[in-house]
Design a binder for this molecule. Structure first.
Ligand code: 8YV
Length: 313
Protein backbone atom coordinates (compact mmCIF):
# COMPACT_ATOMS: atom_id res chain seq x y z
CA UNK A 1 0.00 0.00 0.00
CA UNK A 2 1.31 3.46 -0.80
CA UNK A 3 2.27 5.69 2.10
CA UNK A 4 -0.16 8.54 2.90
CA UNK A 5 1.19 12.00 2.11
CA UNK A 6 1.48 14.47 4.97
CA UNK A 7 2.42 18.13 5.22
CA UNK A 8 4.85 19.01 7.99
CA UNK A 9 4.28 22.63 8.98
CA UNK A 10 7.40 22.98 11.14
CA UNK A 11 10.51 20.98 12.00
CA UNK A 12 10.19 17.96 14.32
CA UNK A 13 13.07 16.27 16.17
CA UNK A 14 15.13 13.62 14.41
CA UNK A 15 13.50 10.75 16.33
CA UNK A 16 10.08 11.72 14.96
CA UNK A 17 11.37 12.24 11.44
CA UNK A 18 12.73 8.70 11.22
CA UNK A 19 9.31 7.27 12.03
CA UNK A 20 7.34 9.79 9.96
CA UNK A 21 9.50 9.28 6.87
CA UNK A 22 9.16 5.50 7.18
CA UNK A 23 5.36 5.61 7.30
CA UNK A 24 4.46 8.65 5.20
CA UNK A 25 5.56 10.72 2.27
CA UNK A 26 6.54 13.86 4.19
CA UNK A 27 6.35 17.28 2.54
CA UNK A 28 8.25 19.92 4.52
CA UNK A 29 6.41 23.22 4.23
CA UNK A 30 8.99 25.03 6.34
CA UNK A 31 11.74 24.25 3.82
CA UNK A 32 9.81 25.59 0.82
CA UNK A 33 11.25 28.77 -0.67
CA UNK A 34 7.89 29.60 -2.27
CA UNK A 35 5.15 28.19 -0.06
CA UNK A 36 2.29 28.89 -2.48
CA UNK A 37 4.06 27.17 -5.35
CA UNK A 38 4.95 24.26 -3.08
CA UNK A 39 1.35 23.82 -1.92
CA UNK A 40 0.15 24.05 -5.52
CA UNK A 41 2.54 21.28 -6.48
CA UNK A 42 1.91 18.79 -3.65
CA UNK A 43 -1.31 19.99 -1.98
CA UNK A 44 -3.68 17.79 -3.99
CA UNK A 45 -2.28 14.62 -2.40
CA UNK A 46 -1.92 15.72 1.22
CA UNK A 47 -4.20 13.87 3.68
CA UNK A 48 -2.74 15.12 6.98
CA UNK A 49 -0.99 18.12 8.47
CA UNK A 50 1.48 17.60 11.30
CA UNK A 51 1.97 20.99 12.92
CA UNK A 52 3.13 22.58 16.16
CA UNK A 53 1.21 24.49 18.82
CA UNK A 54 2.40 27.93 17.81
CA UNK A 55 2.11 27.26 14.05
CA UNK A 56 -1.33 25.67 14.00
CA UNK A 57 -3.22 25.47 10.70
CA UNK A 58 -5.19 28.33 9.17
CA UNK A 59 -8.42 27.95 7.22
CA UNK A 60 -6.49 29.10 4.17
CA UNK A 61 -3.92 26.33 4.53
CA UNK A 62 -6.60 23.70 5.12
CA UNK A 63 -8.60 24.92 2.11
CA UNK A 64 -5.54 24.59 -0.10
CA UNK A 65 -5.42 20.86 0.71
CA UNK A 66 -8.62 19.40 -0.81
CA UNK A 67 -7.97 15.84 0.46
CA UNK A 68 -7.10 16.91 4.01
CA UNK A 69 -8.51 14.55 6.67
CA UNK A 70 -6.64 15.28 9.89
CA UNK A 71 -4.48 17.94 11.60
CA UNK A 72 -2.19 16.59 14.30
CA UNK A 73 -0.82 19.27 16.64
CA UNK A 74 2.49 18.81 18.46
CA UNK A 75 1.36 20.77 21.52
CA UNK A 76 -1.71 21.11 23.73
CA UNK A 77 -2.81 24.55 22.54
CA UNK A 78 -5.02 24.57 19.46
CA UNK A 79 -5.65 28.33 19.34
CA UNK A 80 -3.65 28.62 16.10
CA UNK A 81 -5.79 25.96 14.38
CA UNK A 82 -9.03 27.18 12.84
CA UNK A 83 -11.18 24.63 14.69
CA UNK A 84 -14.47 25.96 13.28
CA UNK A 85 -13.19 25.44 9.75
CA UNK A 86 -11.99 21.94 10.62
CA UNK A 87 -15.34 21.07 12.22
CA UNK A 88 -17.33 22.46 9.29
CA UNK A 89 -15.27 20.50 6.81
CA UNK A 90 -15.09 17.18 8.62
CA UNK A 91 -11.37 17.54 9.30
CA UNK A 92 -10.24 15.86 12.53
CA UNK A 93 -7.85 17.68 14.89
CA UNK A 94 -5.68 16.11 17.60
CA UNK A 95 -3.27 17.56 20.18
CA UNK A 96 -0.84 16.36 22.88
CA UNK A 97 -2.43 17.01 26.29
CA UNK A 98 -1.20 15.74 29.67
CA UNK A 99 2.30 14.66 28.60
CA UNK A 100 3.60 18.24 28.80
CA UNK A 101 1.76 19.50 31.90
CA UNK A 102 4.54 18.77 34.39
CA UNK A 103 7.25 20.43 32.32
CA UNK A 104 5.26 23.59 31.64
CA UNK A 105 4.43 23.79 35.36
CA UNK A 106 8.09 23.29 36.24
CA UNK A 107 9.07 26.19 33.99
CA UNK A 108 6.37 28.41 35.50
CA UNK A 109 7.90 27.84 38.93
CA UNK A 110 11.39 28.29 37.47
CA UNK A 111 10.39 31.64 35.99
CA UNK A 112 8.79 32.70 39.27
CA UNK A 113 11.92 31.80 41.22
CA UNK A 114 14.14 33.46 38.59
CA UNK A 115 12.15 36.69 38.61
CA UNK A 116 11.76 36.84 42.41
CA UNK A 117 15.23 35.66 43.41
CA UNK A 118 16.99 37.44 40.50
CA UNK A 119 18.80 34.23 39.55
CA UNK A 120 19.92 35.54 36.12
CA UNK A 121 21.35 38.70 37.80
CA UNK A 122 23.27 36.64 40.36
CA UNK A 123 24.64 34.43 37.59
CA UNK A 124 25.78 37.50 35.64
CA UNK A 125 27.53 38.94 38.70
CA UNK A 126 29.46 35.73 39.36
CA UNK A 127 30.21 35.11 35.68
CA UNK A 128 31.53 38.61 35.02
CA UNK A 129 33.88 38.61 38.01
CA UNK A 130 31.78 41.24 39.77
CA UNK A 131 31.17 39.19 42.94
CA UNK A 132 32.32 41.36 45.84
CA UNK A 133 32.31 44.44 43.60
CA UNK A 134 28.75 44.79 42.26
CA UNK A 135 26.02 44.60 44.88
CA UNK A 136 23.64 41.68 44.56
CA UNK A 137 20.38 43.22 45.78
CA UNK A 138 18.29 41.52 48.43
CA UNK A 139 15.55 39.67 46.64
CA UNK A 140 11.92 38.56 47.06
CA UNK A 141 10.93 35.42 48.98
CA UNK A 142 8.70 32.95 47.14
CA UNK A 143 7.86 30.49 49.93
CA UNK A 144 4.62 31.09 51.77
CA UNK A 145 3.34 33.82 49.43
CA UNK A 146 -0.10 34.25 47.85
CA UNK A 147 -0.23 32.79 44.34
CA UNK A 148 -3.08 33.53 41.93
CA UNK A 149 -3.36 31.00 39.11
CA UNK A 150 -5.22 32.25 36.05
CA UNK A 151 -6.58 29.07 34.41
CA UNK A 152 -7.08 25.85 36.40
CA UNK A 153 -6.89 23.20 33.70
CA UNK A 154 -4.39 20.37 33.80
CA UNK A 155 -1.32 22.63 33.70
CA UNK A 156 -2.83 25.14 36.14
CA UNK A 157 -3.40 22.31 38.61
CA UNK A 158 0.20 21.14 38.19
CA UNK A 159 1.39 24.70 38.88
CA UNK A 160 -0.84 24.96 41.97
CA UNK A 161 0.49 21.65 43.35
CA UNK A 162 4.05 22.92 42.97
CA UNK A 163 3.26 26.29 44.55
CA UNK A 164 1.59 24.45 47.44
CA UNK A 165 4.90 22.64 47.89
CA UNK A 166 6.41 26.07 48.58
CA UNK A 167 3.76 26.57 51.29
CA UNK A 168 2.05 29.19 49.13
CA UNK A 169 -1.62 30.00 49.51
CA UNK A 170 -3.44 29.47 46.22
CA UNK A 171 -6.51 31.00 44.67
CA UNK A 172 -7.54 30.78 41.05
CA UNK A 173 -9.62 32.25 38.27
CA UNK A 174 -11.17 29.87 35.75
CA UNK A 175 -14.10 29.62 33.39
CA UNK A 176 -14.69 26.19 34.84
CA UNK A 177 -14.45 26.24 38.65
CA UNK A 178 -13.09 22.95 39.98
CA UNK A 179 -15.07 22.27 43.18
CA UNK A 180 -13.06 19.10 43.85
CA UNK A 181 -9.95 21.25 44.46
CA UNK A 182 -9.24 22.78 47.85
CA UNK A 183 -8.11 26.13 46.40
CA UNK A 184 -10.45 29.12 46.56
CA UNK A 185 -12.06 30.00 43.22
CA UNK A 186 -12.14 33.76 42.57
CA UNK A 187 -14.69 34.77 39.95
CA UNK A 188 -13.28 38.29 39.63
CA UNK A 189 -9.84 38.48 38.00
CA UNK A 190 -9.17 41.97 39.39
CA UNK A 191 -9.92 40.72 42.90
CA UNK A 192 -7.56 37.77 42.34
CA UNK A 193 -4.77 40.10 41.15
CA UNK A 194 -5.30 42.43 44.14
CA UNK A 195 -5.07 39.49 46.53
CA UNK A 196 -2.12 37.77 44.85
CA UNK A 197 1.56 38.51 45.28
CA UNK A 198 2.33 36.38 42.24
CA UNK A 199 0.02 35.87 39.26
CA UNK A 200 0.66 32.88 36.97
CA UNK A 201 -1.17 32.80 33.63
CA UNK A 202 -2.01 29.44 32.04
CA UNK A 203 -5.32 29.89 30.21
CA UNK A 204 -5.68 28.68 26.61
CA UNK A 205 -4.97 31.30 23.95
CA UNK A 206 -7.58 32.59 21.50
CA UNK A 207 -10.23 35.30 21.28
CA UNK A 208 -11.86 34.47 24.63
CA UNK A 209 -8.67 35.20 26.59
CA UNK A 210 -7.08 37.91 24.43
CA UNK A 211 -5.47 40.55 26.70
CA UNK A 212 -7.22 39.27 29.81
CA UNK A 213 -4.13 40.47 31.64
CA UNK A 214 -4.51 44.19 30.92
CA UNK A 215 -3.44 47.46 32.56
CA UNK A 216 -6.16 47.19 35.18
CA UNK A 217 -5.09 43.69 36.25
CA UNK A 218 -1.44 44.75 36.41
CA UNK A 219 -2.37 47.77 38.52
CA UNK A 220 -4.25 45.47 40.88
CA UNK A 221 -1.23 43.14 41.11
CA UNK A 222 0.72 46.15 42.30
CA UNK A 223 4.34 47.24 42.79
CA UNK A 224 5.38 44.13 44.75
CA UNK A 225 3.64 41.76 42.33
CA UNK A 226 5.26 39.35 39.89
CA UNK A 227 3.57 38.11 36.70
CA UNK A 228 4.44 34.76 35.08
CA UNK A 229 3.07 33.82 31.66
CA UNK A 230 3.46 30.28 30.30
CA UNK A 231 0.26 30.28 28.23
CA UNK A 232 0.19 32.33 25.03
CA UNK A 233 1.49 35.83 24.37
CA UNK A 234 -2.01 36.86 23.32
CA UNK A 235 -3.33 36.60 26.89
CA UNK A 236 -1.31 39.62 28.04
CA UNK A 237 -1.57 43.20 26.79
CA UNK A 238 2.14 43.56 26.10
CA UNK A 239 2.16 47.35 25.81
CA UNK A 240 0.56 47.55 29.26
CA UNK A 241 3.00 44.99 30.64
CA UNK A 242 6.05 46.78 29.26
CA UNK A 243 4.81 50.06 30.71
CA UNK A 244 4.17 48.43 34.10
CA UNK A 245 7.68 46.95 34.10
CA UNK A 246 9.26 50.23 32.98
CA UNK A 247 7.43 52.26 35.63
CA UNK A 248 7.80 49.45 38.17
CA UNK A 249 4.11 49.47 38.91
CA UNK A 250 4.65 45.71 39.05
CA UNK A 251 7.89 44.33 40.39
CA UNK A 252 8.88 41.80 37.75
CA UNK A 253 7.75 39.26 35.18
CA UNK A 254 8.81 35.85 33.93
CA UNK A 255 7.71 35.16 30.35
CA UNK A 256 7.91 32.07 28.16
CA UNK A 257 5.47 33.35 25.54
CA UNK A 258 5.08 36.55 23.57
CA UNK A 259 2.77 38.26 21.17
CA UNK A 260 4.98 38.02 18.12
CA UNK A 261 7.26 35.02 18.50
CA UNK A 262 10.14 34.82 17.79
CA UNK A 263 10.38 38.52 16.82
CA UNK A 264 9.37 39.85 20.20
CA UNK A 265 8.98 43.49 21.17
CA UNK A 266 12.57 44.67 21.60
CA UNK A 267 11.61 46.81 24.59
CA UNK A 268 11.58 43.59 26.62
CA UNK A 269 15.34 43.36 26.05
CA UNK A 270 15.90 46.74 27.71
CA UNK A 271 14.24 45.75 30.99
CA UNK A 272 16.16 44.37 33.96
CA UNK A 273 13.03 43.17 35.76
CA UNK A 274 11.89 40.53 33.30
CA UNK A 275 13.19 36.99 32.74
CA UNK A 276 12.71 35.78 29.16
CA UNK A 277 12.46 32.27 27.71
CA UNK A 278 12.05 31.21 24.04
CA UNK A 279 8.65 29.42 24.38
CA UNK A 280 10.27 26.32 25.83
CA UNK A 281 7.84 25.17 28.53
CA UNK A 282 7.45 21.73 26.97
CA UNK A 283 11.01 21.64 25.65
CA UNK A 284 12.53 18.73 27.57
CA UNK A 285 13.78 15.62 25.79
CA UNK A 286 11.38 13.49 27.82
CA UNK A 287 8.28 15.51 27.03
CA UNK A 288 9.12 16.22 23.42
CA UNK A 289 9.57 12.46 22.87
CA UNK A 290 6.14 11.83 24.41
CA UNK A 291 4.58 14.64 22.34
CA UNK A 292 6.07 13.28 19.10
CA UNK A 293 4.85 9.79 19.98
CA UNK A 294 1.33 11.10 20.52
CA UNK A 295 1.34 13.00 17.21
CA UNK A 296 2.43 9.81 15.46
CA UNK A 297 -0.06 7.65 17.39
CA UNK A 298 -2.89 9.96 16.36
CA UNK A 299 -1.85 9.87 12.70
CA UNK A 300 -1.43 6.10 12.76
CA UNK A 301 -4.83 5.61 14.41
CA UNK A 302 -6.47 7.87 11.85
CA UNK A 303 -5.01 6.05 8.87
CA UNK A 304 -5.84 2.66 10.44
CA UNK A 305 -9.45 3.75 10.93
CA UNK A 306 -9.05 3.44 14.73
CA UNK A 307 -10.34 5.88 17.40
CA UNK A 308 -8.00 8.85 17.81
CA UNK A 309 -6.08 8.77 21.14
CA UNK A 310 -6.40 12.52 21.84
CA UNK A 311 -9.03 14.15 19.59
CA UNK A 312 -9.97 17.83 19.82
CA UNK A 313 -12.35 17.85 16.85
C1 8YV B 1 4.57 24.06 21.53
C2 8YV B 1 2.84 24.72 23.04
O1 8YV B 1 3.73 23.29 20.85
O2 8YV B 1 1.72 22.83 23.86
C3 8YV B 1 1.63 23.94 23.36
O3 8YV B 1 0.53 24.46 23.12
O4 8YV B 1 2.78 25.87 22.82
C4 8YV B 1 4.17 24.08 22.99
O5 8YV B 1 4.28 22.87 23.62
C5 8YV B 1 5.98 23.72 21.34
O6 8YV B 1 6.60 24.91 21.22
C6 8YV B 1 6.29 22.86 20.13
O7 8YV B 1 6.24 23.59 18.98
Amino acid sequence: MSRPEILLAGAYPEWDMIDLETNYVVHKLYEAADRDAFIKEIGGNVRAIATRGELGASAELMTSLPRLEVVSVYGVGTDAVNLAHARDNGIRVTNTPDVLSDDVADLAIGLLLSAARLIPRGDAIVRSGQWGKAAMPLVTRVSGKRVGVVGMGRIGQAIARRAAGFDCEIRYFSRNPQPQLSYVHEADLIALASWAEFLVVIVPGGDATKNIINAEILKALGPDGILVNVSRGSTVDEAALIEALQKRTIKAAGLDVFYNEPDIDELFLTLDNVVLQPHHGSGTVETRKAMGQLVRDNLAAHFAGQPLPTPVV
